[in-house]
Design a protein around this ligand. Structure first.
Ligand code: NI
Ligand code: MN
Length: 223
């Protein structure tokens, strides 16, 4: 039973029996984070895109032995900064002990804080110990989410903050396409411009037959 821990903003820790992954580890400077990079020793750092609120503490975690898995552009950037990285792109699958991950498109943009191009923004489906988790990255609603739903998702981690990504109404519409068993809202309440009511979103998801779980930063879900 893999454990999913919301670390605040879009940062998520996945712990399986054989592998530990962290997605978009923005912890330092994240006002909602309850732990810093010193608390984590992941095997993989999975990045959906290069924006500072996702790239975050990637190099600190790579310095402890984690491999960075992301776009070609992000992998090259990470390697230039001394990290071990594996370069991929949308559509590709990466196999690791206890599971695999596959990148899907996201409708967004992707550049590093210094302006370097980060390649395509992505979402990612991760199978860990037989459970499938979708982290949408930063994205608008798009109809090809229906194809992602065909993976058979146990949990979807969806942005609801609005302004930079889907807001709650579009994230609810996404549930019709993704058809996950559970949904966890992310990418909200970190900053005033993305304030949303996670509990209200979870209740509205339940009305649509999807178990909504608004995790506070630091809280976990066993799936
Ligand atoms: Ni972004
Ligand atoms: Mn973001």
């Amino acid at each position: 039973m893999p454990k999913v821990t919301f670390l605040g903003h879009a940062a998520v820790l996945l712990e399986g029996t054989q592998s530990t992954l962290v997605i978009d580890p923005f912890l330092t400077g994240n006002p909602s984070a309850t732990v810093g990079p010193e608390a984590l020793v992941p095997d993989l750092v999975v990045l959906t895109h290069a924006h500072g609120d996702h790239w975050g503490d990637t190099l600190a975690l790579a310095g402890k032995g984690a491999t960075v898995v992301s776009t070609y552009e992000i992998a090259v950037y990470a390697e230039k900064h001394g990290a071990q990285a594996f370069a991929m792109n949308i559509g590709g699958r990466y196999v690791f002990p206890g599971g695999w991950l596959k990148f899907y498109p996201a409708w967004h943009s992707s550049s590093f804080p210094d302006g370097t191009y980060g390649g395509m923004p992505m979402g990612v489906v991760i199978e860990l110990d037989g459970k499938k988790i979708y982290h949408a990255g930063d994205t608008a609603l798009f109809s090809d989410m229906r194809l992602i739903g065909e993976e058979g998702l146990d949990v979807a981690l969806l942005p609801i903050g609005d302004t930079f990504t889907m807001g709650p109404d579009d994230a609810l519409a996404a549930l019709e396409l993704l058809k996950p068993k559970k949904v966890v809202p992310i990418h909200y309440n970190t900053f005033p411009v993305i304030e949303q009511d996670g509990a209200s979103f979870a209740a509205r998801a339940a009305e649509r037959g999807v178990e909504g779980i608004a995790l506070a930063p630091g809280e976990s879900l066993q799936i």
